[in-house]
Design a protein around this ligand. Structure first.
Ligand code: BG6
Length: 498
């Protein structure tokens, strides 16, 4: 096994899911602050502003804002080499469209990064992790508006300049490709601040917003390299490989088209131009997108240095038009939607993420229906590296589960250790057997935090337990789970002892 000597073992979080202090230090409301708590299978509500009496779990989260020194001490004990978090855009520009930043917000991240650096922990920073200023939604319609390019670039330039000697690793838009599922409200809102009207062609609006984000990202890559040529600036892609269900050639084609609909974003980030398959799709759909020659020049100049990606699960697809209908399990991989896949098998093989996925009977799933597939991580690493030949960084991976606290306060989480062990093994195999260039591994939510998808606390990923429940009760006290000691050893042995 040949992991780099300077392999970035770490842990990942996002500001809105752990900081709390949603209106402290001059911070403005973000899109995360108008999302109520949902539950397993119950979507979070997006409210019109903050409504008194509603439960907004991100408002307090785990109050990292007030506990960060104590928490960084635990991260140090764990042995982290890096800490992936985001800078809450609304701490720096509370409304998003100001010209001057909020000094108190900038100071908070100075203090946090200093605390990390003095303990030998390198910050890895996401610029936009589902935290768009809410004002940019109400005043501008989110990223459907070209003006957001400039607002994002200004924010990025301010923080990259301020932290140029403290942060080397950056990522622009977290899981930018979630919005490939534009038929649901969640991803377009969290990715891009999009709220749809009945007249909207949701898909076309999504492509427009994603285009502006890709241009904004490219501009930030170019500016960042001028601010500090040592910066490593990556994209961030949610990777769920989509397998063909059978050897039926139509399943293979359906899977290929589905992969493109989820991963074209990476093609643009890495190669600096739109792929031919997408141009032909736009033409067929007659989408009228605002893509200028200046935009194309910006994309070409702002290719990312590495590919950051999350990996939790794999998907599968079956072309129902040419398979024996009724013989297979038709339940959706994770959302249990009605089967409307009759359209597959037509020459275009158009993919609807909301309805076209099927359950993979070869793998188990978590309580939340997320399919557990370590080999899929090896496949994903291999696919990314073969396609792009760029360094890769696994910036999220993990197992959401309910933990029980024993009478003596201990927390035994062998299921989490099993999941992480199998995925780290797969990642090491990808380095050894596929030759991928891997920068690091930062398991998601290594300190318990608010779930992005459901707003729950009980869907826990952590090695560090936080005493807080779904209703917001608890002391916020931190304690170590069994997985803490296990991961400490993994890091200390550079992944030799799993
Ligand atoms: C990714 C996000 O989608 O997965 C994180 O980048 C999120 O913000 C994580 O928390 C796990 O998802 P969930 O819904 O279980 O919190």
């Amino acid at each position: 096994m040949t992991l780099r000597k300077d392999f970035l073992w770490g842990g990942a979080v996002a500001a809105h899911q752990l900081e709390g202090g949603w209106n402290k230090g001059g911070k403005g409301p973000s899109v995360a602050d108008v999302m109520t708590a949902g539950a397993n299978g119950v979507e979070r509500k997006i409210t019109d502003g903050v409504i008194p009496g509603e439960n907004y779990p991100n408002h307090e989260a785990i109050d990292f804002y007030g506990h960060y020194k104590e928490d960084v001490a635990l991260f140090t004990e764990l042995g982290l080499k890096c800490f992936r978090t985001s800078i809450a855009w609304t701490r720096i520009f509370p409304n998003g469209d100001e010209t001057e930043p909020n000094e108190e917000g900038l100071q908070f991240y100075d203090d946090l990064f200093d605390e990390c650096l003095k303990n030998g922990i390198e910050p890895v920073i996401t610029l936009s992790h589902f935290e768009l200023p809410y004002h940019l939604v109400t005043e501008y319609g989110g990223f459907r508006n070209r003006k957001l390019i400039d607002f994002f670039v200004r924010f990025a330039e301010v923080v990259m300049t301020r932290y140029k000697d403290k942060v080397k690793y950056w990522m622009t838009f977290n899981e930018i490709n979630n919005q490939a599922n534009f038929n649901r409200d969640f991803a377009p809102f969290t990715n891009s601040g999009l709220k749809f009207t009945a007249e909207d062609n949701r898909e076309e609006v999504m492509y427009q917003a994603a285009h502006y984000e890709l241009v904004a990202s490219a501009k930030v890559v170019e500016i960042g390299h001028k601010i500090n040529p040592d910066f490593q600036i990556g994209c961030m892609i949610a990777m769920c490989p989509i397998y063909p269900a059978t050897m039926n050639p139509n399943d293979m084609m359906a899977a290929t088209v589905a992969m493109r609909r989820r991963y074209w974003f990476a093609d643009v980030h890495v190669r600096g131009h739109y792929p031919a398959y997408l141009k032909s799709y736009f033409a067929r759909k007659d989408f009228k997108l605002d893509i200028t020659a200046e935009d194309e020049a910006a994309l070409a100049k702002g290719c990312v240095d590495y590919i950051g990606f999350s990996y939790y699960m794999s998907f599968a697809i079956q072309d129902q038009a040419t398979n024996d209908r009724g013989a297979k399990d038709k339940s959706h991989a994770s959302s249990g939607n009605a089967d409307t896949r009759e359209h597959l098998g037509a020459p275009e093989f158009d993919y609807n993420e909301d309805t076209d996925l099927i359950k993979n009977n070869f793998v188990e799933a978590s309580e939340w229906g997320w399919q557990i597939d370590p080999m899929g991580l090896r496949w994903a690493l291999s696919w990314f590296y073969e396609r792009y030949e760029k360094p890769l960084f696994i910036v999220e991976n993990g197992f959401g589960a309910v933990d029980e606290v024993e009478a003596d306060g201990s927390i035994h989480d062998p299921y989490r250790i099993d999941y992480l062990k199998a995925h780290i093994k797969a990642m090491e195999d990808a380095v050894t057997y596929e030759g991928v260039d891997l920068m690091g591994y930062t398991p998601w939510g290594f300190i318990d935090l608010v779930s992005a998808g459901t707003g729950e606390m009980k869907k826990r990923y952590g090695m560090i337990y936080v005493d807080k429940d779904n209703e917001g009760n608890g002391t916020l006290a931190r304690s170590k789970k069994d997985s803490f000691n296990w991961y400490q050893k993994v890091i200390a042995t550079n992944g030799e002892e799993l």
